[in-house]
Design a protein around this ligand. Structure first.
Ligand code: FBP
Length: 376
């Protein structure tokens, strides 16, 4: 391709890697999955360029609209959603898609492109995505991302409806995220381990983005000394999480007999990427603020795709009592408690949930605590 820097020896692109990886899959399914993932990656490369332009692309600031969850939408939420939706509407393998930014699913018909019924039984895939994760960080120019999940279409040849999407995470054919950070990185699993691809900006025209494989068979260390949780919600956490965090904060003078570090970026994509690169555990647990709201993060386009990636990299994920990949969604936008990362830490936290009677022996307010207690 003119103006395209040659790949270093051994380097391969996303499309080439998928061709190799999906070779054992039935040919039609492999072609559908490969072309759909390349389509999603292309859309994310376009989102990366808009995000990188920031206010020059009018991508900063709130849009004057809210999504069906009542959250004010950011301009970049909508720009990203539109890029992804436009790309999927042109992809003949995708029967329908669902986005965080829209209450209901979309089909090509909605976008006035090839009617779904004309796609016939050819369209065998469903896609669900969070177009822009970490929206609160957009204007602070902190890493943000896109999260996606590819499911089989259970009722091929028909318009799936929301029901078609109600599949447990372990039925995902593929899942991934793109991190828009200093480098733009796509992290992907097609259920054969986890691969990382870097967007090659040496390419002359970004319209033909090239994702180059930069890490294969990513694994998450089973142990860690790093946890990520929004500690400002501590007073609302349930006992098992109170205990886990209290013990981490107590460090080497506590029952864990080792010091821990804490991180919180407020972008799930950035947290999970850090865990993919150096281990760790991420928690957005259930809390008592709104007992009917079991958490902040959504199952279908945040928790389930990240859970498949984490588990394919040897980590573990749970809502405290059930592995996230076994949860069957009831609604497109349902929320779940999320605990994921280094396997031994998640095992410990799940163990604490299974033992709710164990008193919290380590008060967060002991020495080394976040807050100094007034002397009695
Ligand atoms: P969005 O998809 O709307 O950005 O929300 C999800 C999220 O931003 C996660 O990426 C992040 O982990 C969490 O919310 C941050 O929550 P908090 O604002 O409580 O720190």
């Amino acid at each position: 391709m003119p103006g395209t820097a040659p790949l270093m020896s051994g380097q391969i692109t996303l499309d080439e890697a998928l061709a190799l990886q999906l070779a054992d899959m039935p040919a039609e399914l492999a072609q559908s999955l490969r072309e759909t993932l390349v389509t999603i990656a292309q859309a994310c490369a376009e989102i990366a360029e808009i995000a990188a332009m920031g206010s020059l692309a009018d991508a900063h600031g709130a849009a004057d609209s809210s999504n069906s969850h009542g959250e004010v939408q950011q301009k970049l939420d909508l720009l990203a959603d539109d890029r992804m939706s436009a790309a999927l509407s042109q992809c003949p393998h995708v029967a329908a898609w669902a986005s965080e930014e829209h209450e209901h699913i979309h089909t090509a018909e909605d976008r006035g492109t090839q009617p779904e019924n004309q796609r016939g039984s050819h369209a065998r895939l469903l896609v669900v995505y969070d177009p822009l994760d970490g929206s609160s960080n957009i204007e602070s120019n902190i890493s943000i991302g896109t999260i996606f999940s590819v499911l089989p279409h259970p009722y091929r040849g028909t318009t799936p409806g929301d029901a078609g999407f109600m599949q447990p995470g372990h039925q995902q054919l593929a899942a991934g995220y793109v991190l828009y950070g200093p480098a733009t990185i796509l992290v992907l699993t097609c259920r054969q381990g986890v691969q990382m691809y870097t967007l090659d900006r040496r390419t002359a025209a970004w319209k033909t983005p090239r994702w180059v494989l930069t890490r294969d068979q990513v694994t998450i260390a089973p142990q860690t000394r790093e946890f990520a949780i929004n500690s400002s919600n501590q007073r609302f956490w349930e006992k098992p999480v109170q205990r886990y965090v209290a013990e981490c904060v107590a460090g080497d003078s506590g029952p864990r007999m080792k010091d821990f570090n804490m991180r919180w970026v407020a972008s799930m994509v950035a947290e999970v990427h850090r865990i993919m690169t150096r281990g760790g555990v991420f928690l957005y647990p259930r809390d008592t603020r709104e007992p009917r709201k079991p958490g902040r993060l959504r199952l279908m386009y945040e928790a389930a795709p990240m859970a498949l990636l984490v588990e394919q990299a040897g980590g573990r994920s749970s809502n405290g009592t059930t592995d996230l990949l076994n949860l069957v969604p009831d609604t497109l936008h349902q929320r779940v408690p999320v605990i994921m990362g280094s396997r031994e830490e998640v095992d410990r936290i799940v163990g604490y949930h299974a033992d709710p009677h164990e008193n919290v022996s380590w008060q967060l307010f002991k020495t080394r605590s976040l807050f100094v207690q007034p002397q009695a």
